[in-house]
Each structure stands twice: as structure tokens, then as C-alpha cells.
Write a protein that binds this ligand. Structure first.
Ligand code: NAG
Ligand code: NAG
Length: 362
């Protein structure tokens, strides 16, 4: 009897720490998060009933704000966490060969210990890049830059191996017209830097889902032609790509319709890759009005709804929880109020927009 009991306890303990692994479309939804909180109302719990997840980005620098941390740690609302800054190149490898995983580890482990799975962001990006890669006067050759990039991707993905549900391997490689952005990587290596980075990530962490991530990918456009081309390029090298991340930094009044969003997701799905909304927010020119906040709620509804109604879409991540910590006001002066919780951490209509998007009927 004692033996049987301890076996049961072991099984239950194992079940409660089941690694959250969303799969393509339906499936595994009842594994997400820890047991015991599936019935509480919330955004993620609504999403998981539709085989999707709902997550948020957050940053180490806000960990002192206990009231805020309590919000993102609520698994009923958030099943997934994205560290918004501390996995970026400038933080991880500030000098060549000198790696700093401490802040990344802190946030990744906090989320995982709390039963939330992690989207890791990002390995190769032209922005928030360590100065040694492009700003000092160095003369890269193709060979030396490939080596430096592969080393960065390998060391980073190996370090976090097994802890990242997904990696945004390459971020924002496209211009608005769908041509390649003239980053240091593109200028020196050519388009091959993309499959080379993906191959290195796949080797370092074979189980992480590997994503191409960019903004303005949630509507058919020359830029999404570019994203589809990148997926095919990687596949043509015989290299694995699992998903396309639609950042979805949206602007009130210029948000694609539900049908437009579903149309482009279907295009990604046709290439055999999953997709996700990875950085959703809807900014507006301030001051806001009640009508603007209602319109924003509809935009959030459409993102959640487009994901639910598209076989290939696995989940939605908002780019932080509250207007208190949104990146928008600093980058777009005069704009803001982009997130579902206001500065006082009160739920806005946008919150209920997402909820309704996942539930539809109530
Ligand atoms: C890079 O070169 C410029 C012009 O040659 C020089 O003014 C600058 O100090 C150099 N920067 C570094 C970090 O060596
Ligand atoms: C750089 O080298 C890689 C192989 O490591 C190759 O695929 C790529 O085409 C080269 N780029 C240029 C500009 O020669």
C-alpha cells in the first residue's frame, strides 16, 4: 500500500511538472501549465480550451514591481513568457566570446518554475546587437562573420537547451518591400546567413521550435511574400524551420481584418510551418477615448479569433501586460495605451476582447 501510494505520488509529481509543449494546432492542450488551475477564468485558460496558448513578454528590470509580477505569474491568464530583452545579443555576448546568461537564466527559470513555458527571443537580429559586431572598425570576411554568428547561436541555444519551447532564430530580416534588410549579416554573408543560423540553432537545441519573426507579417503584402520566400529558402537548404512569428505591433485604425489575418496564416500553413502572434500590441495616438479603447478591443479580438480559426496558429503573445511598461511611448512619442491592462493594472476592454476571441460565444 505504501509502495502503491508512493508510486501514485511520483506519477502525480511527474504530471504536475509535465513540460509544456504545444503542438501544431490541436493537441496537448491539457498539458499546458500545471494541474489545478485549468478551471480558473483567464486568457490562457480560454486559449487552451481551443488548443492555443496566451502569453506575454516581460523584462527583468520590472521584477521589483510585485503587483505587476503577480499579474504575469497568473497562469490562468498567461501560460507562456517571452523575455523581452535579456536574451538579445547585446546582453548575451557583449564582447566577442564573453557570454552573460545571468539575466536570461533568471527570467527563463522564474517562468518555468512557475509552470509557464518560454519563447526565447532572439538569436540573430540587426538591432540591440553588441557593438563589436558592427560598430567597431572591424573587417569581417564571410568566413569570420559566419564563425562569429554560428558561435553566438550555438553557445546561446546550447545554454538554454531544453528550456525554450521556441527560439526566434532570425528577427526582422526584411524591408517593407520584401527585400532583404541590409544588415551586417546580409551585407557580408548574403541570404545564406538565414539558413546557416537556423542550422546552428537546430543542432544546438534539436527540440526547440525554430521561428522566423518579423513585424507586419499578419497581412498579405510584399513583405509577407518575403517571409514566405525565407521559409522556402531555409527549407531548400534542407534545414528545419518550424514557424513564422507575426509580431503584430499594430496601429489603431490600420489593423488588418480577421479575414486578412486568416488568409496569410493559411499561406504559412501551406508551407508546413506553424505560426503565432508573438509581440501583439495595438497602439493609438493619445489621448484615448472610450471609442478608441473599444476599437482596440475589437483588434485584440481579431488576433485571438484569427489564431483560433486558423489550423496553423498555435498561440498569441502580447508584448507585455500593462501600459505601465509598454515600449511604445518611448519609441513612438505621442502614442501608447497599447496593452490590455492600463497603467494602474486595471483590465481594459482589450482584455475582454482577447477573452471573447478565444471563447466566441460568451
Ligand atoms: C573607427 O574609425 C574611425 C575613422 O577611421 C575613427 O574615428 C574611430 O575612432 C574608430 N573607432 C574605433 C572604435 O576604433
Ligand atoms: C559565405 O559562406 C557561406 C558558407 O559558409 C556561403 O553559403 C555564402 O554564400 C557565402 N557568402 C558569400 C557572400 O560568399
Amino acid at each position: 500500500m505504501v509502495q502503491l501510494l508512493s508510486a501514485v505520488v511520483t506519477v502525480l509529481a511527474a504530471a504536475s511538472t509535465v513540460e509544456a509543449v504545444p503542438t501544431f494546432g490541436w493537441g496537448h492542450w491539457d498539458n499546458w501549465g500545471k494541474w489545478g488551475d485549468w478551471w480558473r477564468p483567464g486568457l490562457h485558460n480560454a486559449a487552451r480550451k481551443k488548443g492555443r496558448y496566451l502569453g506575454t513578454a516581460t523584462d527583468n528590470i520590472y521584477l521589483g514591481d510585485k503587483e505587476y509580477v503577480k499579474l504575469w505569474k497568473n497562469r490562468a491568464d498567461f501560460g507562456q513568457i517571452t523575455p523581452s530583452n535579456t536574451l538579445k545579443w547585446e546582453t548575451i555576448e557583449p564582447q566577442q566570446g564573453v557570454f552573460n546568461f545571468t539575466p536570461g537564466d533568471e527570467l527563463v527559470n522564474m517562468a518555468r518554475d512557475n509552470g509557464q513555458f518560454v519563447r526565447c527571443h532572439t538569436l540573430v537580429w540587426h538591432s540591440q546587437l553588441a557593438p563589436w559586431v558592427e560598430k567597431e572598425n572591424r573587417t569581417w570576411t564571410n568566413e569570420t562573420l559566419v564563425e562569429a554568428m554560428v558561435n553566438h547561436v550555438t553557445k546561446t541555444a546550447e545554454h538554454f537547451k531544453g528550456r525554450c519551447y521556441a527560439w526566434d532564430v532570425v528577427n526582422e530580416a526584411l524591408e517593407d518591400d520584401g527585400s532583404y534588410r541590409k544588415s551586417i549579416f546580409y551585407n557580408i554573408i548574403g541570404e545564406a546567413y538565414i539558413p546557416i543560423a537556423f542550422a546552428a540553432a537546430a543542432k544546438a537545441d534539436p527540440h526547440a521550435k525554430l521561428y522566423y519573426n518579423d513585424y507586419d507579417l499578419e497581412n498579405v503584402s510584399p513583405k509577407t511574400d518575403g517571409a514566405l520566400r525565407i521559409v522556402k529558402l531555409i527549407q531548400s537548404y534542407g534545414v528545419k524551420i518550424d514557424g513564422v512569428g507575426m509580431q503584430a505591433h499594430q496601429v489603431l485604425g490600420r489593423v488588418p481584418t480577421l479575414e486578412q489575418q486568416k488568409e496569410i496564416i493559411a499561406e504559412y500553413t501551406k508551407l508546413g510551418v506553424e505560426s503565432a502572434f508573438t509581440e501583439l500590441d495595438v497602439r493609438m495616438t493619445l489621448p484615448s477615448t472610450k471609442e478608441m479603447l473599444e476599437e482596440q478591443a475589437k483588434d485584440y479580438y481579431n488576433a485571438a479569433r484569427a489564431c483560433v480559426e486558423s489550423k496553423g496558429c498555435v498561440g498569441v503573445t502580447i508584448w507585455d501586460v500593462t501600459d505601465r511598461y509598454s515600449w511604445i511611448p518611448e519609441y513612438f512619442p505621442g502614442e501608447g495605451e497599447a496593452l490590455p491592462w492600463d497603467k494602474d493594472l486595471k483590465k481594459k476592454p482589450a482584455y475582454y476582447g482577447i477573452l471573447k476571441g478565444f471563447r466566441k460565444w460568451f
